[in-house]
Design a protein around this ligand. Sequence first.
Ligand SMILES: [Zn+2]
Ligand SMILES: [Zn+2]
Length: 138
Amino acid sequence: MITVEEILRKQDLRGTACRRFIINGLLESDRALSENELKGDFPELFDRVTFYRTLITLEEHGIIHKIVLNDNSVKYALNSHHQNENNLHSHFHCEECDEVLCLEGKTRFEAELPDNFVSHSVFVVIEGFCADCASHIK
Ligand SMILES: [Zn+2]
Ligand SMILES: [Zn+2]
């Protein structure tokens, strides 16, 4: 299991408290987390601007990626959670409990780009019910 320090060192990033806090939170979670879910029991630990800027820094360094959902809410996940270095992967969003997962595998979104367009990332969100919710909803 990769550690917070290893992730930061790989990107040559200083380990500020906020960076450590966010990476650690995502490492301990098997799902994507919103800003509020990340803050969890410590909503006042970092001021909003610091927290927001840190998320952007981590994203720019390829440590985390964000998933924008249908209602425009945003969740974050660690890039190291999946092998797919090229950023091509799908997500699952449970409409009932709001859980968001990065999916492994080759569920690729096929699209023909117009000439000379350059693609950097593809994020597909599959909406539905997770196993838990599906078993409760009939
Ligand atoms: Zn669910
Ligand atoms: Zn993902």
